[in-house]
Design a protein around this ligand. Structure first.
Ligand code: BEZ
Ligand code: FE
Length: 277
């Protein structure tokens, strides 16, 4: 975010309150010069390591801003935090869509087909919608930090069918820890907050005349559903996984091991302006 995207009017309104809140805490807790220097050094390191989004996430500030930004929305798919691991311009995936290549380690995971329909709030299918997906591999790593994976593995963009339908092949993700090797990781350790997130798949959905939706899908029975370190789980975004193991289904999919499916219909909010948000 660039400070020029916040108007002077808003800055003049919000900044004095923000400063008063911080200074109130300093006074209440009699914060010393050494402590304040440590805070400034920490924030400098957070900036150098590009961890401000991560800091906003683990302090659950991102969840609060998401809730305020989408307050009162009904009849549309709930939004969720984007997080720091989105990468611009992921590969365009042709149909049948598969967003990964196998790699050493992926053989221990389970194949998953996610499917659904993208519609507008009035139920009309949105045939021009584009989905952009990102997630970890089946043993908890993003392409950015798992050297075994090809670049942009478990990421991809693709369009929906004429009736708004989509399906993509991926693998069932697992819970994983947010990056812990930098200053935010040290902060988590110091305050005794674990770094785990429940397994999830990120979605960014764009369509003309609609607001862009950024959200995540979670799965039942995950040990971190109730205590996600960024607090981003919404019950409406938890979707069951169905296991398939019949010979007939395996043959139809060209697979030699049981696989899972997950249904996730997506409803977008029409943009007020009628243009793309
Ligand atoms: C993620 O889901 O990718 C994520 C979210 C917040 C912090 C770190 C990672
Ligand atoms: Fe993630």
């Amino acid at each position: 975010m660039d400070s020029t995207r916040v108007s002077s009017e808003r800055l003049q309104k919000v900044l004095p309150d923000a400063l008063a809140a911080i200074q109130g805490v300093i006074e209440k807790h009699r914060v010393t010069e050494d402590e304040w220097s440590a805070v400034l050094a920490f924030l400098t390191e957070v900036a150098r390591r590009d961890e401000f989004v991560l800091l906003s996430d683990v302090t659950k500030t991102s969840v609060l801003v998401d809730a305020i930004s989408h307050e009162g929305e009904t009849g549309v798919t709930p939004s969720d935090v984007e997080g720091p691991l989105y990468r611009e311009q992921p590969p365009w995936r042709e149909k049948p869509v598969k967003i990964y290549e196998e790699y050493e380690g992926s053989e221990n995971g389970d194949v998953l087909f996610v499917r659904g329909r993208v519609t507008s709030a009035d139920g009309t299918p949105i045939r021009g919608a584009v989905l952009d997906i990102w997630q970890t591999g089946p043993d908890g790593g993003y392409d950015l930090w798992d050297e075994r994976q090809p670049d942009y593995n478990f990421r991809g963009r693709f369009g929906v069918e004429e009736d708004g339908g989509y399906e993509f092949q991926t693998m069932v993700p697992k819970p994983y820890t947010v990056p812990t090797e930098g200053p935010v990781g040290r902060l988590l350790e110091a305050i005794g907050q674990h770094p785990w997130r429940p397994a999830h798949i990120h979605f960014k959905v764009e369509a003309e005349g609609h607001e862009t939706l950024i959200t995540q899908v979670f799965f039942p029975d995950d040990p971190y559903l109730e205590n996600d370190t960024i607090g981003a789980v919404k019950s409406a975004l938890v979707r069951p996984l169905t296991r398939h193991e019949s010979e007939e289904e395996l043959t139809r999919r060209g697979l030699d091991a049981p696989f899972y499916t997950c249904e996730f219909d997506i409803t977008l909010k029409p943009a007020l302006s009628g243009g793309q948000a």
